[in-house]
Design a protein. Structure first.
Lengths: 735, 152
């Protein structure tokens, strides 16, 4: 069979035949068949029983079929590229054969001499080459290939081809000199050992800090550095370029495109982007699915594309790049895009959402519907896709490794699916919290922020909605989940709810929903080594694994998604109603909706400023206030921050007490690294309101008034007040 | 000569038990454990065995026996299973003894429930009976998550 294939290739090379789709298919089938044979040789030592007569007869027929010899100038270029690919595949194949101990003549290393390559591939006689070489020796500055082309001995394309073969051969010899093959099992073992080392290092550091012995401390710091570097190095050994799994996509795309009568060109960017081996394996199937989806659903039939004024050939682009410690993979096509209305209609039909909800959903939310199980917008089911079991599996698989999937689409212009995944799974940064006397680690990826409610705030800060605790976080209701209750830590009781204790809330996100996890204590962040749990504990999805802490004790790793499910934060229904609420709120406030910070300044009544202008809220003891010239200042984060009494600035008497023990409430306003503190009497609330500014009350420091929470509230002119107190502030800040 | 087998023996609530010595990786003293919420009671927690995280199963609870007195610390019999190492919490460790195949007998019909499932049989030794524990069954908690609790 290889023989027939070879003579077919030979005829293509000679130009007697022109490569077309049919021949390519047959050749690819041949390569597949040989691959299978090799695999079976590797496994059983024999070729196995195969019936390739159909394939062989196709190959033979193509060789002699005059129809296949149609000459189309336009196709020639494409054919050359395809030919090159096949040639490369053949070289690859012969290498594999050599590795498998086949020892065929083809397995010999490709000749590195360009003349020899040309001789072998184009039938140039050695005399011609020698003549050209002689010319070169006489001082002809041109390359051998150029001379030969000029003499008409070879075609330019052949020279290009030969150069490529030469390059490949060179690269492969260079690579084999500087790399060695290592058993993956060994790498895994080394990785585990480094994990152990990281843990041991943590323990040593703990001791070092306790013992306060200078030389020991120095030694342990060194150990710390080396371990960190070693860890990074070992992680690198497990890294593989994403091109390894992309390599098969051109073939996949070609097969799918052919089966649904489409023409698709695949482009790849960032092939060299590296990922941990385990992650590469985990995303292979989801990516393949997304690629098939793009070709089957995304890209239109050639005729439709021409009608839409696009190039006949659809374009599928794969991009991979690093961003913020994560790897982004984008799969975009220039196809039909997603039809928002059709998804809405389909969703309503399937009763996934009500028609009313459908009408109110944003585009983005609508797109996310396609990740629901059993949802497909394909008009007909093909053998490639359309059964509706694809995208939800993609999403689940990607989320399993801590990644996210996001979809953007413009109708008629194309669709982009963005997959974000972590670089590695083995060692992750995590937040350590305590609950019921035990420590738990929370992976940093699911962490949004930390909120601490002081004892006096705890009571008012946590409200109840029909028995479900919530916290108002910047105007939004954040559902609260008590870790001790979710985990049934009965002996811990309601310790976190006791009066007079601060409440620690860890804001987590799971499936795009935020929720607050109430824990007893928030300890620290730490790099942890994820260890799998035994089979006995696999059924509990609240835990993602376990790790060993610096003191040698074991701590469980919490799984945000599992916790949310356990606490029913992420139920479909809930998800939707909340999305709806947010949506309606957003719609209402399309105009002037703002989040305002309400406060009281001196005797003046309620005032408000947009929360966006406030960098931080701080509290200073009045005794901390110092004087610089005639101005009041405080030391803040190692710098001097001027203070402005808001009450004075708007022309009111400051009713503030001068008691040195009392606390100053300060709104920090920052502009390019310079900050100024606005001293207020009391911070009242944070609300989200439609602001209709009435300029009636406009005066120094006041922009006007608005009705906020059914009460007239003055809007503070922050810039004005700051400028009045310090005319140079903005110019200094601008420098 | 009749076939014989070596057993690592231990005590549970006054009963004498044994597991084939080939399956035992090591025996260690009481280790501090991290409890795991939301799992069957028989899973007492996780121990750090030289950097490896090992699940500890309390055999008393697993076999539906009374709780170990609070002042007595259990011993860990670390066994090898298909799913990696696992620790069995027992009261006390006995000797390694050799028992001949001919002294072995299936558990009596009157033994029922969880214990029967997890006890392969008994060896009739000269002075007493040794229960042979089926490690695979004893560790297969996922299959009957409530089992251990139900018996108690």
């Amino acid at each position: 069979m290889a023989h027939i294939g070879e003579s077919l290739l030979g005829r293509l090379r000679d130009g007697t035949l022109v490569l077309d789709g049919e021949i390519t298919t047959a050749l690819l089938a041949m390569v597949d068949a040989i691959r299978q044979m090799l695999a079976s040789i590797e496994a059983q030592g024999s070729e196995g029983e195969r019936d390739d007569s159909a394939l062989i007869s196709t190959l033979t027929r193509l060789q002699h079929d005059p129809e296949a010899a149609r000459t189309e100038a336009a196709k020639l270029e494409l054919a050359k590229i395809e030919l090159a690919k096949i040639e490369l595949a053949k070289i690859e194949l012969s290498k594999t054969a050599a590795a498998a101990g086949e020892g065929s003549a083809e397995a010999a290393a490709p000749p590195a001499n360009i003349g020899a390559i040309l001789m072998e591939r184009t039938g140039v006689t050695s005399a011609e080459i020698q003549r050209a070489a002689a010319l070169q020796k006489e001082g002809d500055p041109r390359h051998l290939g150029e001379i030969l082309v000029e003499q008409g001995a070879v075609k330019p394309a052949d020279v290009v081809e030969a150069l490529r073969v030469q390059r490949t051969a060179r690269v492969s010899t260079a690579a084999s000199d500087s790399t060695i093959r290592v058993d993956v099992g060994l790498l895994d073992k080394v990785m585990n050992l480094v994990g152990e080392l990281v843990l041991a290092r943590n323990q040593v550091l703990l001791f070092a800090n306790r013992l306060k012995d200078a030389s020991f401390l120095a030694a342990s710091q060194r150990l710390n550095l080396i371990t960190t570097e070693l860890q990074a190095g070992v992680m690198k050994t497990r890294m593989q370029p994403i091109g390894n799994i992309w390599g098969q996509f051109p073939r996949t795309v070609r097969d799918v495109a052919l089966s649904c009568g489409k023409e698709v060109r695949i482009e790849m960017e960032g092939k060299e982007t590296e990922l941990d081996k385990t992650i590469i394996e985990a995303i292979k199937d989801p990516l393949t699915h997304l690629v098939r989806n793009s070709v089957d659903h995304g890209i239109e039939l050639p005729a439709d594309r021409v009608l839409a004024g696009k190039d006949r050939v659809g374009r599928l682009t794969l991009r991979a790049f690093h961003e913020g410690g994560q790897v982004n993979i984008e799969i975009s096509d220039d196809g039909a895009g997603l039809d928002v209305d059709r998804i809405r209609k389909k969703a309503a039909e399937r009763a996934v959402i009500t028609a009313e909800q459908a009408a109110r959903m944003t585009e983005r939310e609508t797109f996310n519907l396609i990740f629901l199980p059993g949802f497909s917008t394909a008009q007909k089911i093909t053998n490639v896709s359309g059964r509706g079991v694809g995208m939800d599996v993609v999403k689940t698989n990607v989320e399993k490794i801590g990644g996210t999937v996001d979809l953007q689409s413009v109708l008629g212009r194309g669709t982009t699916v963005r997959v974000k995944i972590p670089l590695t799974l083995a060692i992750i940064p995590a937040l350590v919290v305590t609950c019921g006397g035990d420590r738990y680690a929370i992976p940093q990826v699911s962490l949004l922020e930390l909120v601490r409610l002081a004892p006096e705030q705890a009571k008012s800060g946590i409200e109840m909605v029909q028995g479900a605790p919530v916290h108002r976080l910047r105007g939004r209701l954040l559902p609260l989940v008590y870790l001790s209750r979710v985990l049934d830590l009965n002996d811990a009781g309601e310790s976190s709810q006791q009066e007079g204790r601060p409440v620690n809330i860890v804001v987590l996100q799971a499936e795009g929903r935020a929720f607050g996890l109430v824990v007893d204590e928030i300890n620290d962040t730490e790099e942890i080594v994820v260890k799998p749990l035994g089979k006995q504990l696999k059924g509990v999805n609240t835990f993602a694994g376990a790790t060993i802490m610096g003191d040698g004790k074991v701590a469980l790793i919490l799984d945000a998604l599992g916790l949310a499910q356990k606490a029913n934060v992420v139920s479909e229904l809930h998800d939707r109603t909340v999305a709806e609420k947010e949506l309606s709120a957003a719609e209402k406030g399309a105009g002037n909706r703002q989040t305002l910070l309400l406060f009281q300044a001196g005797d003046h009544g309620r005032m408000a400023i947009p929360l966006a202008l406030v960098a931080r809220l701080e509290e200073f003891s009045r005794s901390k206030v110092e004087r610089a010239g005639r101005r009041k200042v405080v030391q803040y984060r190692g710098r001097i921050m001027p203070l402005i009494e808001v009450a004075e600035a708007v022309g009111e008497s400051s009713g503030a007490s001068t008691d040195a023990d009392s606390r100053l409430q300060v709104l920090v306003y920052a502009e390019r690294g310079h900050s100024v503190g606005l001293v207020v009497e009391r911070i009242l609330d944070i609300v989200e309101e439609d602001v209709v500014l009435d300029r009636m009350a406009e005066r120094a420091g006041i922009l006007g008034s608005a009705v906020v929470q059914q009460r007239v509230t003055d809007m503070l002119d922050v810039q004005g007040v700051v400028r009045a107190a310090d005319p140079d502030f903005f110019t200094v800040a601008a420098e | 000569m009749a076939q014989s087998e070596q057993f690592c023996t231990f005590f549970l609530d006054g009963h004498f038990f044994g597991v084939p010595v080939q399956q035992v990786q090591e025996v260690i003293r009481y280790q501090e454990m991290t409890r795991v919420p939301l799992v069957p009671q028989a899973v007492r927690g996780l121990i750090n065995l030289r950097g490896q995280i090992v699940t500890a199963i309390d055999l008393r609870r697993r076999l539906g026996m009374s709780e170990r007195p609070a002042d007595k610390l259990p011993m860990n019999v670390v066994v090898r299973t298909d799913d990696g190492a696992l620790s069995l919490l027992v009261d006390e460790i006995g000797d390694v003894i050799e028992a001949e195949q001919k002294t072995f007998e299936e558990p009596p019909e009157t033994l029922k429930g969880m214990r029967r499932e997890m006890i392969q049989g008994v060896h009739k030794l000269n002075d007493r009976l040794m229960h042979v524990l089926d490690i695979e069954r004893a560790c297969r908690i996922t299959e009957a998550p409530e089992g251990a609790v139900a018996v108690r």
